[in-house]
Design a protein around this ligand. Structure first.
Ligand code: XIL
Length: 373
């Protein structure tokens, strides 16, 4: 008794107390938002294979949905024509099922992280439309078919649009033509008729791209092709996009189906150009002058990050009747892809948990923001 009193007094006397932080888990996002939307995180291979138990403890406490950061992408799951690699994806899906989570599939058709063999014959020449359509059909029926009834929703097509709202001239588009979009959604629906099917992209707050996404999804729906919702990748910064820009897209997309904020994180590092978005091919040579927080995030920036998360979550909560899921792109700052994109080897701080698995002020700020509206 006296001992625990002493401990509490000691804890109160010092600003941060490891005992308190590690013992009593902090408030849980999935509980706070349980009547509103799923709250998810992307998992990586280390987490799924049990090599990062501390991250897994956070996931189990905080989240009720998971997304696969890389392990269901074409290059991971289907690296060669006759070779599928299902073990990591199986472990990912089993983890979600064990924890009764909404399991997301990411993604079936994309221009990135898709091996060259998909688009080429053995001589390296572009395949015909027929061959590529057949390859897409095999891939979707095999992968979405394997997880039928287990994956709740698929990002069927990822990033098919340019920022001006026109269709990206990807190899899918060049070889198959615009109909590759309808093909992909139809095949996914055949493989798993109960799964939700989404279109997912970045920079969807930009008016021209927002309009492009609306055209794309509406065209499909008018043809009778099932598209259940739009995933807005939330690769956003401290200053941009504005709350109004995000809000306009949430409202506009909700007229077509479910709205999800996918791949959410707030980048705090300086951007070497004024570019926004998440084109994984758009990179810069490493330059230490852009690696400004390698020894930790200064207090004022930590507070700015917390406020930004609070403002954005207040918006999500306001539109909880339209939003079905908000998914963070990683668990702790150590996992974030922003440590290596758009520049390799930086120390990034975009998520809600730091490198010591401790909650950052942003977590509390999010939870407080909700009690206000
Ligand atoms: C990223 C992963 O986080 C990285 O680990 C990988 O090296 C590249 O891809 N848009 C998407 C995601 O749809 O799949 C991307 O994920 C980030 C941009």
């Amino acid at each position: 008794m006296i001992k625990s009193k002493l401990l509490i007094t000691a804890c109160l006397a010092i600003a941060s107390c490891g005992f308190v932080a590690t013992k009593g888990p902090e408030e849980s996002l999935k509980k706070v938002f349980k009547d509103d939307f799923y709250v998810g995180a992307a998992l990586n291979g280390r987490q799924v294979s049990g090599k990062d138990p501390k991250a897994i403890a956070i996931v189990e406490h905080q989240f009720n949905s998971i997304s696969p950061e890389n392990l269901l992408k074409w290059e991971s799951v289907h690296p060669a024509l006759d070779k599928y690699n299902f073990a990591p994806a199986d472990a990912y899906v089993a983890f979600g099922q064990k924890n009764d989570m909404f399991v997301v599939g990411h993604n079936l058709v994309w221009h990135n992280q898709t091996p060259d063999w998909v688009f080429e014959d053995t001589q390296g020449n572009a395949v015909s439309k027929d061959v590529l359509q057949k390859r897409m059909a095999d891939h979707i029926s095999t992968v979405a078919g394997r997880y039928k009834g287990k994956i709740g929703g698929w990002d069927v097509v990822n990033e098919a649009l340019n920022d001006d709202g026109t269709l990206r001239e990807s190899k899918w588009y060049k070889i198959v033509g615009e109909e590759y979009l309808a093909d992909a959604f139809r095949l996914a629906h055949e493989a798993d008729p109960k799964a939700e099917l989404y279109y997912n992209d970045y920079n969807l707050w930009k008016p021209a791209k927002r309009d492009g996404a609306i055209r794309l999804v509406r065209n499909l729906q008018e043809k009778g092709v099932q598209v259940d919702g739009i995933g807005m990748q939330g690769h956003w910064g401290l200053e941009s996009p504005s709350i109004e820009q995000i809000e306009e897209s949430i409202i506009a997309f909700s007229k077509l189906g479910k709205v999800m904020i996918t791949e959410f994180e707030i980048d705090v590092l300086p951007n070497p150009s004024n570019r926004s978005g998440a084109d994984i091919d758009a990179t810069f040579a490493a330059d230490e002058k852009y690696n400004i927080y390698k020894n930790g995030l200064p207090d004022d920036v930590q507070q700015q990050l917390a406020q930004r998360y609070a403002d954005i979550f207040a918006l999500f909560h306001k539109h909880r009747d339209k939003i079905s899921r908000v998914t963070f792109w990683g668990v702790t700052d150590a996992d974030s892809w922003l440590n290596d994109w758009p520049m390799k080897g930086r120390t990034s701080h975009p998520l809600l948990f730091d490198r010591n698995y401790q909650p950052k002020p942003a977590l509390k700020a999010i939870i407080n923001s909700v009690s206000k509206n």
